[in-house]
Design a protein around this ligand. Structure first.
Ligand SMILES: C[S@@+](CC[C@H](N)C(=O)[O-])C[C@H]1O[C@@H](n2cnc3c(N)ncnc32)[C@H](O)[C@@H]1O
Length: 246
């Protein structure tokens, strides 16, 4: 596990995304109040938290289980002069303890998979005010004919992964109004996530040469990057933005 955290320490993002995509999804939430109360679930080091805080007026509670990510977010918030409006908290997204109907917007980039797409959307809506919005990005199949190698990889790594239509059916079944969805562009993967991760893998290979266990963790991570390079048209992150009608 130590090598896992070395691999992920101090990266600017912990999953695919970028500021333009965060702002594009936010623009779909058209009737937010002027002063908003936001909950960012699985915030990681907080790239999207900062992007949201820059353009929203109001407070953001950003929650994650991993303390070093929260410390990273606090430092970033300070550097950006946003500390008074970003509140980083260690808590479990699957056991929230907020007042019901207390947020205008719930955000979760690349993190709802930890609970499951349906369960997350089902349980989190009780914390939304009527008319509030929820925006999540989720790994989806973009094509129905993945090569065997790719299907086997994700069957082992994320067996619950569905296609966009199946996730839209879940959204409708839970009574949300879908206000929009889009696939994250490939630069969100390459420039923002895999390039820095690839550099880290290369550096750690040198630092851990001869340590078979550490090297096998690095190999697995490199395998994920290589699969994306070969098969990026088959899967991607889809941003879904929904309105809670109560
Ligand atoms: C793939 S990362 C995405 C982080 C961030 N949103 C980003 O895009 O950079 C998923 C995050 O979920 C957090 N996480 C996992 N399980 C969690 C839980 N039960 N409650 C809160 N956070 C959790 C992890 O620590 C990690 O920061």
């Amino acid at each position: 596990m130590e090598i896992f955290w070395e691999l992920h320490k101090d990266l600017s993002r912990e999953g695919p995304g970028n500021e333009a995509s965060t702002h594009k999804a936010l623009a779909m939430a058209k009737s937010l109040p002027t002063k908003v109360r936001v909950l960012d679930l699985g915030c990681g080091p907080g790239a999207q938290t900062i992007s949201l805080a820059k353009v929203l007026n109001g407070d953001i509670i950003a929650l994650d289980l991993h303390e070093p990510f929260l410390e990273q977010l606090k430092t970033r918030a300070q550097e950006e002069g946003l500390s008074s409006r970003i509140h980083a908290r260690k808590a479990d997204m699957a056991a929230l303890e907020f007042e019901p109907a207390s947020f205008d917007l719930i955000w979760s980039e690349g993190a709802i998979y930890n609970m499951g797409f349906k369960r997350g959307l089902d349980e989190w809506r009780r914390y939304l005010k009527p008319g509030g919005y929820i925006a999540v990005s989720e790994l989806c199949w973009l094509r129905k004919d993945p090569p065997e190698e790719l299907a086997a990889y994700w069957a082992s790594d994320y067996p619950a992964m569905k296609d966009i239509a199946a996730n839209l059916a879940i959204i409708a079944g839970l009574g949300y109004e879908l206000v929009g969805h889009f696939t994250l562009p490939q630069e969100c993967w390459r420039d923002e996530y895999y390039r820095p991760l690839g550099k880290r893998i290369a550096a750690l290979r040198v630092a851990h040469s001869g340590d078979e266990e550490a090297l096998s963790v690095l190999d697995l991570c490199q395998q994920e990057i290589d699969l994306y390079e070969r098969y990026s048209g088959y899967f991607g992150y889809e941003f879904f933005v929904m309105k809670f009608l109560a």
